[in-house]
Design a protein around this ligand. Structure first.
Ligand code: ARG
Length: 718
């Protein structure tokens, strides 16, 4: 599950095997304590907590990497810095290298030697160095009588002091993250490598097989993997891209287990889940169901239809917009599924039961009333206050800022442009170089006609659906000077602006003028869109939210102190464990594996989502599965297991009881799409590609034995 850019009642027959378990909880890897370790060891894990996370010796955490700040996860699988992740995590990069002549999206890409590996622009991979609990430092001297604003200020200055102390020379990469709604704080240190190269990607017909139809669903037949390599300088340290860089030598890399999975097997996933809302209240669910989710879906629906029209008409546009389309569709479908799940699984009622229990617990003592008495009132009042504005807030982002490309591009361009007018000639030159690179990468994925259509359609929808008090300021110009017609406005903007055309843009950078910049219509659109977005994000009601949830979460943890409650995801390294397990929903029983035969059953070469290339069809038909088949001779493609993951976990290693790699996680199942809000033990599954399918594609389909040779394949160890 790739991270989003921005935020029981079991129906049917449960023929579940109750000895198999799915476990809620994305545990901080440094917090594996007696309880979690005992449970994991009881389920079969053969490792100690130190073998998973240790700051003095190489441990599993050293093989798990964060991609681009947390959009995805990867794992190191050779002593030569080879990294496995999902196909959809490298999708942008694969698309960037593709053209109608060299279409790696369609045909795949497999480097047969180091020299063929392609450097990816603006792609970084980080290692976690250490985690420290700094809660006491941050909250020292903060008491409950402070107002929310005073509290925020005190926290901010404590954070700053801590950073200065820990990083006197400013050469360390440190991050302080809040947990449990500002009740706990941890410090993270990272080390980031920035010369990353694309090594292998299967064709889309493998890596994205099933497309958006199968996305977020099981059963799945997708080989959603790709491989990258980390390059370092001669001392194995991070360096800018250079020919002289060499493959990074990791502290620790994973072995590849060829043993496959059986029902009930222990699995664990380590990675970088982005965000969850497990403490969301019943009022929050109401707002999500009635306002937030439908608005996102509605705006994205129009965006997708508009892009698709242009992509279908022109193969070059299809490649240019492939990643944007997939990204938009991914969370479009996610919110449809989340709403369906929330309704169907009666999540609101479950939350109400918890809230009632909380209230009774609070009311049972005066001390609790003093501390937690206002929590639920504040939360309820926050949602009351924001019901009128939440739709405008969604549109400010989804239509105004990211609906078409021009708004965000213009805003960023404007911000960078300050350096063009500096008195320092060196700064002017440096800015020009930066802006040229920025414009190049933007225009590579830009089609003016598509963008113009997106602009007109989405801004018109924004105007029609949303109260004018939430409109971007430029809407009034469209109204006064262009008969309230975005098409008329666009005609002028796309004819005159230098931001909608690569040549005009380059000419401006070469010869910048402050006057031309300020007068450009696209700049005005960008500035107005960003202001509207910031205004929408800074609602005065936020204080109620922050205080309400902070107290509610603190209270729940005190009320239920007999059990461990995991913190919500926040793009920090977590571990989750569970067993390989089938599930049933709506009277249908779902097996825990899919096999290569299923690829052919789904095949439909008239539908690009289910296209199977002849070479793959033949390999499967000939049952040429080599050592990669399971005991019954079948080639397993994907499997499911009861671990707790979310967006950002895409590409995470699925490890067996020995910490060896058995799969690569890439998705979750439709029946549990409300899982980010309430984990569904009986229903929720991680969907992973079986590592043996990855090896089979490399070996039989791609002939990339060079890659298999650098890995450590093991079997018979469990
Ligand atoms: N739902 C998965 C995720 O969020 C996969 C997305 C890519 N696949 C696709 N068909 N768009 O990471």
């Amino acid at each position: 599950m790739k991270k989003l850019m921005t935020f029981t009642l079991i129906v049917g027959f449960l023929s579940m095997n109750f000895s198999t378990r799915a476990d809620e909880g994305m545990w901080l890897v440094s917090m594996l304590n007696r309880i979690t370790m005992a449970e994991m060891n009881g389920m079969g894990l053969n490792l100690t907590a130190e073998e998973i996370y240790d700051i003095n010796n190489a441990s599993l955490k050293d093989a798990v990497v964060r991609l681009n700040g947390g959009s995805c996860t990867g794992e190191v699988i050779s002593s030569q810095g080879l990294v496995l992740t999902n196909h959809h995590c490298a999708y942008d990069a694969i698309q960037g290298f593709s053209s109608t002549e060299n279409d790696y999206l369609t045909d795949g890409f497999f480097a047969k030697e180091l020299g063929q590996e392609m450097h990816i622009n603006d792609f970084v991979i980080s290692f976690l160095v250490r985690i420290d609990d700094v809660t006491d430092r941050i909250l020292d001297g903060i008491d409950m009588n402070l107002s929310e604003e005073e509290r925020d200020e005190a926290i901010a200055s404590a954070r700053k002091a801590l950073m200065e102390e820990m990083n006197p020379d400013g050469d360390k990469e440190l991050e302080v993250k809040s947990f449990y709604y500002n009740n706990e704080f941890y410090l993270f240190e990272y080390k980031t490598y920035r010369d990353i190269r694309l090594v292998a990607a299967p064709p889309e017909s493998v890596g994205k097989y099933g497309g958006d139809t199968d996305n977020w669903m099981w059963p799945r037949h997708t080989g959603d993997f790709s491989m990258l390599r980390i390059y370092a300088d001669a001392s194995n340290e991070p360096a800018d891209y250079s020919d002289s860089n060499v493959p990074y030598q990791p502290k620790r890399h994973l072995r590849i287990s060829m043993d496959g999975v059986s029902e009930g097997d222990f699995t664990m996933v380590m990675g970088y889940p982005g965000s969850t809302d497990r403490f969301l209240t019943s009022w929050g669910i109401d707002q999500a169901l009635s306002l937030y989710n439908p608005s996102v879906v509605d705006v994205r629906d129009l965006k997708l239809k508009t892009m698709k029209k242009h992509m279908d008409a022109d193969p070059a546009v299809r490649i240019q917009y492939a990643a944007k389309y997939a990204q938009t569709a991914n969370y479009w479908k996610y919110y449809i599924g989340q709403s369906t799940g929330l309704e169907k699984l009666n999540v609101k009622e479950e939350k109400e039961i918890l809230e009632d229990r909380f209230e009774n617990w609070v009311n049972a003592s005066e001390e609790r009333q003093n501390e937690y008495g206002e929590a639920l009132e504040l939360i309820e009042s926050y949602y009351d206050d924001t019901d009128v504005s939440v739709k405008g807030k969604v549109y400010a982002l989804e239509a105004g800022l990211i609906g078409c490309d021009i708004s965000l591009f213009a805003f960023r361009f404007y911000r960078m442009a300050a350096g063009l007018f500096s008195d320092d000639p060196a700064e002017v030159e440096a800015t020009k170089a930066r802006m040229n690179a920025f414009a190049d990468s933007h225009f590579r994925e830009y089609d003016q006609a598509t963008d113009r259509d997106l602009f007109v359609n989405l801004m018109t929808k924004f105007r029609d659906d949303i109260d004018p008090i939430y409109h971007p300021s430029f809407f009034s110009i469209v109204k006064k000077k262009h008969k309230d017609d975005f098409d008329r406005f666009a005609k002028k903007m796309y004819a005159k602006s230098f931001l909608v055309d690569a040549d005009r843009c380059a000419a401006f950078i070469a010869n910048p003028s402050q006057k031309a910049l300020e007068a450009d219509l696209a700049i005005q659109v960008g500035q107005s869109a960003i202001q509207t977005y910031f205004a929408a994000m800074t609602d005065p009601a936020e204080d109620k939210f922050n205080r309400g949830y902070r107290l509610f979460v603190k209270g729940i943890r005190e009320m239920d102190s007999h059990r461990m409650i995991a913190p919500d995801a926040n793009s920090t390294m977590r571990l989750t464990y569970g067993q390989v397990a089938p599930y049933s929903a709506n009277s249908v029983e779902f097996d825990f594996i899919t096999t290569a035969d299923g690829v052919l059953e789904k095949k439909d070469n008239s539908n690009p989502e289910f296209f199977v290339p002849d070479a793959l069809d033949e390999l499967i038909r000939n049952r040429d599965f080599g050592n990669y088949a399971d005991e019954s001779g079948e080639l397993v493609v994907c499997f499911i297991h009861g671990t707790d993951i979310t967006g950002g976990n895409s590409g995470s290693p699925v490890l067996d009881a020995n910490g060896d790699l058995i799969g690569c996680a890439f998705d979750g199942n439709w029946e549990a799409m409300s899982g980010d809000i309430a984990f569904e033990t009986e229903l929720q599954r991680t969907i992973s590609v079986d590592i043996r399918y990855v090896m089979w594609i490399l070996d039989k389909f791609a002939g990339a034995n060079n890659l298999i040779e650098e890995m450590d394949l093991v079997s018979g160890l469990r």
